[in-house]
Design a protein around this ligand. Structure first.
Ligand code: SF4
Length: 227
């Protein structure tokens, strides 16, 4: 085979694979458009924000799980039970999420557990209200149990579901040490939950209710005590 033939063959193959890659990249973006429309359609029937939050969470969980298990060559997640560095970051929730969490707590926590949680929520609210930059706080989440596990794992907020890391060591450094930069997260996974968050904000607007996100501690205290 002449050099010219080799060049043509290689060029054709590279062009074809390039075109396929471009098409796949467009289809990958299309997944998030589909998630956005799917969420919007599913939540359009919701008559209350708690139902909207349950539906948005179920849809996002299913989409995130499919994304995580369907694509090759993804960074291995280092998240594991008992590693809770991210549970010391400032958490915000969109409308409806704290209502679902409060109902779960009312049904499953004992009276003494609810008293314990109430004290921790007050502490967290004070910490948030006395700083100019709550997003820089490193405070244990009021729902972090003494054994280091999330006490409401089944109904944890969207952002807690969204957060993943390829290095638990790096999370520890970033949250408790002097680490700077960013955590290596699964971005597709994060985008799914960001879409669910936006869908809940839009559902609140449609239902004529406040749409802005609130600090988890404030939102949960309001739901549990009406304060
Ligand atoms: S709600 Fe649960 S998962 Fe989220 S920050 Fe609190 S303890 Fe961690």
């Amino acid at each position: 085979m002449s050099a010219q033939n080799t060049i043509e063959r290689l060029s054709n193959e590279i062009t074809e694979v390039g075109n396929l890659t471009h098409t796949l990249a467009l289809r990958y973006e299309g997944i998030f458009t589909l998630i956005r429309y799917g969420l919007s359609e599913a939540l359009s029937d919701a008559t209350c924000l708690a139902q909207a939050a349950r539906d948005a969470t179920a849809i996002a969980d299913a989409a995130a799980s499919a994304l995580l298990y369907s694509f090759p060559n993804q960074a291995k997640l280092d998240c594991k039970s008992g590693c809770n560095a991210c549970c010391h970051l400032y958490v915000k929730v969109p409308p409806g999420v704290a209502t679902v969490m409060a109902r779960h707590i009312q049904l499953t926590f004992s009276l003494s557990e609810r008293d314990w949680l109430h004290d921790r929520l007050i502490e967290a609210v004070e910490a948030i209200d006395t700083t100019e930059h709550p997003e820089r706080l490193r405070h244990p989440c009021p729902l972090l149990a003494e054994d280091g596990q999330c006490s409401v794992y089944e109904v944890r907020p969207l952002v807690c579901r969204a957060f993943t890391s390829a290095s638990a060591y790096r999370c520890q450094q970033m949250v408790f040490g002097t680490g700077t930069g960013a955590i290596d997260q699964n971005l597709g996974y994060y985008r799914v939950y960001a879409e669910a968050t936006r869908a809940l904000e839009q559902a609140a607007i449609r239902l004529g209710q406040p749409s802005r996100q609130k600090a988890l501690a404030h939102a949960l205290l309001e739901e549990l005590t009406g304060d």
